[in-house]
Write a protein that binds this ligand. Structure first.
Ligand SMILES: [Fe+2]
Ligand SMILES: [Fe+2]
Length: 262
């Protein structure tokens, strides 16, 4: 059965697990697995990489969209700062990495697959093998620094009250996925609403009050798909920055339906 429920998890409510073991990576990462859902084929996690960690170049069966909350990453030689994005594609033909985390980092990642299919394949005889100097024509790895993108009017794209801004990191019509950064100004209230896609995401900055529950950065929110699954409201008393991955459709599927009388 598909996960049909709203999920709101404060970062301090959830335990850390051994991420090296779960992801079959070198020892060091810790993970909070906020969701692992068979029906939607989705696993959502917060990952802490220790200072100096290098995730080797690798492949895996599903894709992942990663958002950097804290620290910096050097991904295939490109440095990206907090607020930036990386999408690692699915399948044995799509190696990506290595990922260097010089001072340690905190990452939110949504994987296609369950926690049992998150295993990474990499060369243990040469774990720090460098990436090719150029991306191949077949490569679907996407690495976007936050400063590379301009803000867009999120109220238009998502049909929400004026004031919200978005940076769209990646939109994949075939996969039905839109990965974006969303900024709500101080005092903004996103009304209770529905949409035909689902969204999964993580709070990056500010306070966020979701259905009356106060969240701090690193916390998790999942809004289910369908017009029978209203969720919210979402209050941003001092301004809020969040990462959201809409899954289950693009374009009209991320339009929000809400009652303008409320
Ligand atoms: Fe990966
Ligand atoms: Fe929503």
């Amino acid at each position: 059965m598909a996960e049909r429920k709203t999920s709101i998890i404060h970062v301090d409510e959830h335990p850390w697990e051994d991420g090296g073991e779960i992801m079959t990576l070198p020892d060091g990462p810790r993970m909070k697995i906020y969701a692992s859902d068979d029906a939607t084929g989705r696993t959502d996690t917060l990952i802490n990489f220790p200072p100096g960690y290098i995730e080797p170049r690798h492949t895996h069966s599903g894709w992942h969209s990663c958002f950097l909350l804290e620290g910096r990453w050097i991904v295939e030689g490109k440095e990206i700062k907090a607020g930036s994005y990386m999408h690692g594609p699915a399948g044995p033909e799509q190696p990506h990495g290595p990922f260097h985390s010089p001072e340690g980092s905190l990452v939110f990642a949504t994987y296609s697959g369950t926690r049992d299919t998150m295993g990474h394949n990499w060369d243990a005889t040469d774990p720090h093998a460098p990436a090719p100097s150029e991306q191949s024509a077949q490569s679907k790895t996407r690495i976007v620094d936050i400063d590379e993108l301009d803000w867009q009017d999120g109220s238009n794209l998502m049909t929400l009250p004026a004031g919200v801004r978005m940076k769209v990191f990646d939109e994949d019509e075939a996969a039905g996925r839109t990965d974006c950064l969303i900024e709500f100004p101080p005092g903004y209230v996103e009304p209770r609403h529905t949409h035909s896609a689902a969204h999964t995401g993580c709070l990056l900055k500010g306070d966020w009050i979701v259905e009356g529950k106060l969240l701090k950065p690193g916390s998790y929110f999942y809004g289910p798909a369908g017009d029978d699954q209203p969720h919210g409201p979402f209050e941003s008393p001092n301004g809020t920055l969040i990462f959201i991955s809409f899954q289950g459709g693009t374009g009209a599927a991320i339009e929000h339906h809400w009652d303008s009388d409320h």
